[in-house]
Design a protein around this ligand. Sequence first.
Ligand code: NAP
Ligand code: MG
Length: 403
Amino acid sequence: MERIRMTTPIVEMDGDEMTRVVWKWIKEELIIPYVDLKTEYYDLGLKNRDFTEDEVTKEAAYATKRLGVAVKCATITPNAQRVKEYDLKQMWKSPNGTIRAILDGTVFRAPITVKGIEPYVKTWKKPITIARHAYGDIYSAVENVCPAGSRAELVVTAKDGTETRTTIKDFDGSGIIMGMHNTDASIASFARCCFNYALDTRQPLWFAAKDTISKKYDHRFKDIFREIYDKEYADKFREAGIPDYFYTLIDDAVARVIRSEGGFIWALKNYDGDVMSDMLATAFGDLAMMTSVLVSPDGKYEFEAAHGTVTAHYYRYLKGEIPSTNSVATIFAWTGALRKRGELDGIPELAEFAGKLEQATINTIESGIMTKSLSVLSSLENIKVVNGRELIISIRDRLEELI
Ligand code: NAP
Ligand code: MG
């Protein structure tokens, strides 16, 4: 059989621990036999990040800007214990944070749904994708404790030195305050990422905030989304047959989400997105069934699994055991990248192959073959629990049937 040819390479970011092992299995068994795989390889494994003083992470992000499509393996974000374990020169920053800062993107997370793993919410028939604004708000806020009898004020000093003061609170007893910010530029780029992704995946877009209470802060988000939509996207949505962009108050949104059938993108401010994405991941089933894609405002894509390097499994692997690691989200990171590359380069066979690999993966699980953590959640009868390696071999068998 002739392997599918590629023209432009995909940026391949290798990673750490168990996911690095799974990464190799996926490439060897599920991709290279069928695709004449072209990648620009960057080793983001912790040892190499330390060796290159983290330059490799930046190079990989710039390569993504240049080539447009990347796939990333999970990586360790070092803490004090990791600095010791790997004898690191310093506590390097989170690679995802570095990549996000360079690409200036929005992260979209969506569950992979299969028969047998039913969402806890009975009405949900299709996945719900969360778009989380990954800049500002409480994540870069300053806070203070205020003693009894103190006055707390917001002071804005303009370029010419003029001050605008707003009293936050005259404290009788002691209390606390917080100052947070966002920028029009970041909100605008968040909005454009969301509108582009909605067009790209042909899904409706919802955005929800608390503009009735936060009349300047949250209202700003609402206004910027509306202005950009009306000016740049309303016609495109109509042409694509996607319902008009929908804003609603966040309280109303949570009620609608629970009663919905799914199948839309839910854009949220930083904190709301943080909380709601964990809620949705659990409600749909399992972290190892969650995909994640970073989309930049100028349309560059970086695909990955939402979970980490599965450290406990790796330590067992080092002792000679083949752990029951679920590779589904990592497989979908690869198929996401292959499909996007196929679409951009006009290679329909590549996008078709990505679809078949996803179908083979879903067929495998729906036939009852799955890893341990998924088997606990599944309502199927006759489940065969397999280890991480066996799962990939079973998926390859199903893929052979489809090709
Ligand atoms: P994790 O690797 O996602 O694992 C947490 C637990 O979830 C695992 O111990 C395992 O439970 C279960 N799990 C997650 N993915 C699984 C899979 N594919 N198959 C089966 N079980 C799975 O998160 P963590 O333990 O908090 O973090 C480990 C390392 O990953 C850290 O160094 C962290 O910095 C890094 N991390 C990286 C990323 C990223 O690169 N995007 C994201 C998060 C964390 P059981 O042990 O009970 O089986
Ligand atoms: Mg969270």
